[in-house]
Ligand binder design. Structure first.
Ligand code: ADP
Ligand code: MG
Length: 558
């Protein structure tokens, strides 16, 4: 039998592919399963227009069979199969995608479920195997054929025996060496894991014979090994299900199964968007921050799927930093993937999705704030700091998004309030939004500086985190009301005791001068004050920043 050469510079291309396109070997299985799923899809689409063909979902499946003794891994499907010509043109020509042609020729309306497009995925099999054998029988042919290749030096095609329409791919798994272990691709549990990771939402069942220890019938302590055919994948992704069919528990289970967190999510957001970029997304607002959340180790991002196949475990572009706590996934059929399907060719689509998602997160947080204040406050305890960092960073350009999401403790309400609530309670003559800074609410309560403002009956916001005042400085004002520290020199409160103050000032002129000399390098001025009631002295800030902020700045490394 004559051996045929791969066409084009296939050898080089194949080598390059095998060694450089994919970052992880395990994706070979994702590629072969995706092809099998495409092959079944093709029968499904054919049946839509061909009356002689009926599509009965039960008859279609993918099966993965490892055999340790023979060191083989089989991927079997009941899809459309390949004719001799198909084998030649689709597997003999690298970068030729039968699936891509199928999509364009058939103008399949919903053909976006078909995954293949580049015509290289199949060759990923050579990353883990020395010999790849494909036995296939096409729906359009009575003959079956066998295609075989060792990768580097072409392939052979010959007649073969196969009764059912479909394809059976056998990989002869490479021998392990000291540096490279391939044995894992013969392990049942590992194969299951890989299938779960990348192909959990393939629409057809992916079956495996799973060995399990079971109690012997009639016995209480004797176990036997039982082999059972199991479907490994979930098939219908939760995000494709109808929202009305899903319960909170379904979402919580998904959150746990996906290991998004160990807590119970406070809220889920389920999106099905049919805009410029079509996508489905399930997002979660967690209740508590992961232990490394406020550290450099924490990586933000959402899982990214393309037509149900996992592309990226963490796509950071999908979330702005200030919403980095959000967990979840996005699935889109409109992504332009690069050839390894691990990256995107350009990120315009991602940007559109990200922008969209951000808006939704904001509106859902606002609704949580409005409708379930307790939950919101729990959320805010965990992630409020991040929102304030967001206000402060990028020169305050996200203030529109964030200003209504932040909370501060209020001196009059004795609880956390929003800026909106504060402003709505302001008496007409009150000029500023007042705040006081300190280590804790209790300490701020005792600050002499708060007395004048509190005496006027004005509400004071308590800033107990270092970021608070920085964030507010970026904001500058809220609804045209500026922020004012209670320790600032000019509080904008009508000074009713002006004369008395001047009198005290003249009376104590010498004393103040003396004090100024003694405190020369510590204070700028010593003045009489009528602000004080229960405290003998108060230190006020001179410039734009409060005493607390000065402390933070002074503590910063140069
Ligand atoms: P892609 O899936 O991007 O088209 P592949 O290299 O994975 O590229 O596969 C090349 C082509 O081989 C597919 O487009 C398809 O026509 C054909 N093919 C591969 N695997 C199968 C299969 N299991 N059943 C039927 N056709 C297949
Ligand atoms: Mg493919």
């Amino acid at each position: 039998m004559a051996k045929k050469e791969f066409q084009a510079e296939s050898k080089k291309l194949l080598d390059m592919m095998i060694n450089s396109i994919y970052t992880q070997r395990e994706v070979f299985l994702r590629e072969l399963i995706s092809n099998a799923s495409d092959a079944i899809d093709k029968i499904y689409y054919r049946a839509l227009t061909d009356d002689n063909l009926s599509f009965n979902k039960e008859n279609y499946y993918i099966k993965v069979v490892p055999n340790k003794d023979e060191r083989t891994l089989k991927i079997i499907d009941t899809g459309i199969g390949m004719t001799k010509e198909d084998l030649e043109s689709n597997l003999g020509v690298i970068a030729k995608s039968g699936s891509h042609t199928f999509k364009s020729e058939n103008e399949v309306k919903d053909g976006h479920d078909i995954i293949g497009q580049f015509g290289v995925g199949f060759y990923a099999a050579f990353m883990v195997s020395d010999v790849v054998t494909v036995v296939s029988k096409s729906i359009d042919s009575d003959e079956a054929y066998k295609w075989e290749s060792t990768g580097s030096d072409g392939y052979t095609i010959e007649s073969a025996e196969k009764n059912e329409v479909g394809t059976e791919i056998t990989l002869k798994i490479k021998e392990s060496t000291e540096d490279d272990n391939y044995d894992e691709f013969l392990e049942e549990y590992r194969l299951k894991q890989i299938i779960k990771k990348y192909s959990d939402f393939i629409r057809y069942p992916i079956k495996m014979d799973v060995t399990e220890s079971k109690l012997k019938e009639g016995s209480e302590d004797e176990y036997e090994e039982v082999v059972e055919e199991q479907t490994v994948n979930t098939m219908v992704p939760i995000w494709k299900k109808n929202k009305s069919e899903l319960t909170d528990e379904d979402y919580e289970n998904f959150y746990n199964e996906k290991h998004y967190g160990f807590d119970k999510p406070l809220k889920h957001i389920h999106l099905s968007v049919d805009g410029t970029v079509r996508y489905n997304a399930i997002l979660f607002i967690p209740e508590s921050a992961p232990y490394n959340y406020y550290s450099r180790e924490y990586e933000k991002g959402l899982e990214l799927y393309s037509s149900g196949v996992l592309i990226m475990e963490k796509s950071p572009e999908l979330l702005p930093d200030y919403f980095s706590f959000v967990k979840g996934m996005v699935d889109s059929e409109d992504l332009s993937l690069n050839i390894s399907r691990e990256m995107l060719q350009h990120d315009r689509q991602l940007q559109i999705i990200a922008k969209n998602i951000s808006k939704k997160i904001k509106s859902q947080l606002l609704s949580l704030l409005r409708d379930d204040r307790d939950s919101y406050e729990k959320f805010y305890k965990s992630f409020g700091q991040q929102l304030k960092f967001g206000l402060y960073s990028d020169f305050g350009q996200h203030k529109e998004v964030l200003q209504d999401l932040i909370l501060f403790y209020s001196s009059t309400e004795k609880k956390m309030v929003t800026l909106e609530e504060y402003v709505s309670r302001m008496p007409e003559e009150q000029k500023y939004i007042y705040y006081a800074t300190g280590d804790s609410n209790e300490r701020i309560d005792k600050l002499p500086q708060t007395e004048v403002v509190a005496d006027k009956g004005y509400e004071i916001l308590y800033f107990t985190e270092e970021i608070d005042e920085f964030a507010i400085k970026m904001l500058m004002s809220y609804k045209e009301k500026e922020f004012k520290s209670v320790s600032s020199g000019d509080l904008g409160i009508e000074d009713e005791n002006k004369e008395e103050k001047e009198e005290a000032e003249t009376e104590n002129k010498d004393l103040f001068a003396e004090m100024k000399t003694i405190l020369a390098d510590k204070v700028k001025d010593v003045r009489a004050s009528k602000r004080l009631k229960s405290h003998p002295v108060v230190i006020t800030a001179d410039g734009e920043i409060s005493i607390e902020m000065e402390k933070v700045i002074n503590a910063m490394p140069d």
